[in-house]
Write a protein that binds this ligand. Structure first.
Ligand code: NAP
Length: 349
């Protein structure tokens, strides 16, 4: 520990660039120190991190060569990872944030972070819900579900909706938004526990374990005898191929992500794209960040749903910064049940 006004700042750093599935050993916990004051002339805010969010996209900047053609900034060996989190402002040079404010946005995987650019930092106004919700449900993941479903899928009452990775952060909410609109909703996930959760707690009409199905085309025909109006795509690969065979005329596919492909050296091919022509399917990829102007309306609606008991939210919260590497690696193995976040510190400075 350094001088009186210095604090310990533990960090999760990338040890080496990753190929294939990420491992805990690709990251290391190191201990540094820092002053709890922004240096003279610096901009932005200094924050204490309270929750960190584990997100599948974090795999991309772990690869050597990422960041050049991709839309994401890259990680560097020896430097802390960064991602979405919930934090408390401990020093500020920004007129938008004062000491003591709670915020969510991009921060470092460490105990304290300097956030120089505060453009995408959002002040947390309503703390009547658990603070962890802003690392998922009321943060990036929830907002992704909202824009990916409502803005991209053109949903209407009675639509037949299929959601993959349905027991995860985004999927569980897409299913619930679709049910609130009066859709028929089927989800898939990778364990019996997750299937029970989807059917008995999250209100999905049906759910199946994709790992136990040997013919995904036949499985989808069983759950959607008339076909699928909307597919919310989280996984890609063979699932997308099977879905294409089961879409209705003028069906919509919202491409949110393709987690089954993120750790492969060579992505799998898609064979049934001819269906896009024959069925006039609209396939659209999106990034939640392009729609951020809609965040206030999403927050307003979702807070109302939470308070009226219309939304159930399942979180999987790991304890402590040391647990963060395992938590992040776990989402690529399906170990998380619900939204994977990491608790770092209490809301006290
Ligand atoms: P998540 O569902 O909470 O966690 C990932 C889940 O994916 C795992 O729990 C696992 O569940 C499943 N999975 C892992 N490997 C798989 C594989 N090979 N095949 C099928 N399923 C697999 O993650 P999330 O945060 O909600 O993200 C879901 C998707 O949304 C990801 O593709 C992510 O990249 C994307 N996303 C996109 C945006 C955007 O702006 N476009 C924003 C946020 C997230 P099982 O037990 O079911 O296998």
């Amino acid at each position: 520990m350094g001088g009186e006004d210095e604090v310990r700042n533990k960090q999760v750093v990338l040890r080496q660039y990753v190929t294939g599935f990420p491992k805990e050993e690709d990251m290391a916990i190191i201990s540094t120190t820092m002053k709890l004051k922004l240096p003279e002339g610096s901009a932005g805010v200094l924050v204490k991190n309270l929750y960190l969010s584990c997100d599948p996209y974090m795999r991309h900047p772990m690869s050597a060569g990422s960041g050049t053609s991709d839309y994401l900034p890259k990680y560097y060996p020896g430097s802390p990872l960064f991602g979405y989190g919930v934090s408390k402002v401990v020093d500020s040079r920004s007129s938008d944030f004062k000491i003591g404010d709670l915020v969510w946005g991009t921060t470092g995987w460490e105990e304290y972070s300097v956030i120089s650019s505060t453009d995408r930092l959002t002040k947390i106004e309503d703390i009547s819900v658990p603070l962890s919700y802003y690392s998922g449900l009321l943060g990036m993941a929830g907002f992704t579900a909202y824009v990916g479903f409502h803005e991209i899928c053109s949903p209407k009452k009675g639509d037949c909706v299929y959601v993959s990775a349905a027991a995860g952060a985004v999927g569980q909410l897409v299913g619930q938004f679709a049910k609130l609109l009066g859709c028929y909703v089927v989800g898939s996930a990778g364990s019996k526990e997750k299937i029970d959760l989807l059917k008995n707690k999250l209100g999905f009409d049906e759910a199946f374990n994709y790992k136990e199905e040997h013919d995904l085309d036949a499985t989808l025909k069983r759950y959607f005898p008339e076909g699928i109006d909307i597919y919310f795509e989280n996984v890609g690969g063979p699932m997308l191929d099977a879905v294409l065979l089961n879409m209705k005329l003028h069906g919509r596919i919202s491409v949110c992500g393709m987690i089954s492909q993120y750790n492969l050296e060579k992505p799998q091919g898609i064979h049934n794209l001819r269906q896009v022509v024959a069925k006039r399917i609209n396939i659209q990829g999106f990034l939640q960040s392009d729609h951020f102007h809609l965040y206030p309306q999403f927050r307003h609606l979702t807070l109302r749903y939470i308070k009226e008991g219309k939304i159930t939210y399942v979180e999987d919260i790991a304890e402590g910064l040391e647990a963060a590497p395992a938590a992040l690696v776990g989402i690529f193995k399906g170990r998380n049940i619900g939204k994977q976040s990491v608790f770092i510190a209490r809301d006290q400075v």
